[in-house]
Design a protein around this ligand. Structure first.
Ligand code: BTN
Length: 329
């Protein structure tokens, strides 16, 4: 997309749902009205829909529902220095692409968004179902340059921010299941995969991957996912504007990273944790390194490790593991 088309889009988005005259656009761009019209035709071919009236000009009435770089960029309100966005139709995994981009010297922070992943990955070597069905697959790369132990609560902090964002943006009530699941009731709408490369005692780079079920339709899940997964559209009953959501969410992730880096996250972490944590006080089984631990969730420590109280009143801490809620009578 040319910079002229970018500018047209920015202007029309700012005016939406009102009209913008062709002459105002032409003046802004320093081109003729015919040239504006030619740019509009290109935008139409890229999936945008406009109404055009001789007396009033243009207004935006439809936009692509698939990930669209310019639509995300023009709606992004946070612009860290050097930030760039890569939007792909298909990739093996956005986390893997981010690592390749880092290795090739791309300046961080940057984000990789894909319409579809052929090898989307979850925690513990699992696959992340990544069809081109309106869901979000995004990875954001950072170069934190801090010792790894400083990043203990990072994924949880990001998860809390994603939950808070969704509550405000889509008026839904998500929950966060330690360590990385975004849930509605017992069904999963999102998962996070943070991967870091460490040099000696410093993190060289860090990739925060998020899979979020945004617009996939009810009944579209294969096999077992039909009872375990859910999308935001299913929860809220209406499809969401994908690129508006992606831009706003990306803005939140970038701000959340800053709050984590400067330590200011500690001011709100506990409040958000109480609001979104779904495990506190619940009996669970935690599977870690092939061993099962039963107990009641007592909370988190400062590094984001889960505190589990067993039947004898002993508390153990776990930095990783797979949690299953036990059925209560
Ligand atoms: C999990 O719940 O186990 C984590 C799932 C993380 C999936 C996302 S989708 C975008 C990014 N790319 C990947 O390959 N994985 C993460």
């Amino acid at each position: 997309m040319t910079s002229a088309e970018h500018l047209i889009l920015r202007e029309l988005l700012a005016r939406e749902p009102n009209w913008l005259s062709g002459s105002a656009l032409a003046a802004k761009l320093g081109v003729s009205r015919v040239a504006v019209w030619q740019h509009m035709e290109k935008l139409r071919a890229a999936g945008f829909a406009f109404e055009a009236q001789r007396a009033r000009g243009y207004r935006l009435v439809g936009r692509p529902s698939a990930p669209h770089a310019a639509l995300i960029e023009t709606q992004l309100k946070v612009h860290p220095r050097g930030f760039s966005l890569l939007v792909l139709d298909e990739v093996d995994s956005t986390n893997d692409e981010a690592v390749r981009q880092l290795a090739a010297g791309r300046v961080a922070p940057f984000a990789v968004v894909a319409r579809r992943q052929t090898h989307g990955r979850g925690r513990l070597g699992r696959a992340w179902h990544s069809e081109a069905n309106g869901n979000l697959y995004v990875s954001v790369a950072f170069r934190p340059r801090v010792p790894p132990e400083r990043m203990g609560a990072f994924t949880l902090w990001m998860g809390l921010n994603v939950c808070e964002f969704l509550a405000n943006f889509a008026h839904v009530t998500p929950g966060l299941k330690w360590p990385n699941d975004i849930l509605f009731g017992s069904r999963k709408a999102g998962g996070m995969l943070t991967e870091a490369r460490v040099d000696a005692d410093q993190i060289r780079d860090l990739v925060f991957g998020l899979g979020l079920n945004v617009n996939s339709p009810a009944g579209g899940w294969p096999g077992d996912l039909a009872r375990r997964a859910i999308s935001l559209a299913e929860v809220s009953g209406v499809p969401l504007d994908f690129n508006r959501l992606a831009a706003a969410l990306l803005g939140r992730v970038l701000l959340a990273y800053d709050n984590f880096s400067d330590g200011s996250y500690m001011k709100t972490f506990a409040d958000l944790w109480h609001r979104y944590d779904v495990l506190r006080g619940k009996p669970i089984t935690l599977l870690e390194a092939g061993r099962r631990h039963h107990g009641t969730v007592a909370g988190l420590d400062d590094e984001g490790a889960l505190l589990l109280r067993d039947d004898h009143g002993r508390t153990q801490r776990f930095r990783a593991g797979e949690v299953t809620l036990e059925k209560t009578a």
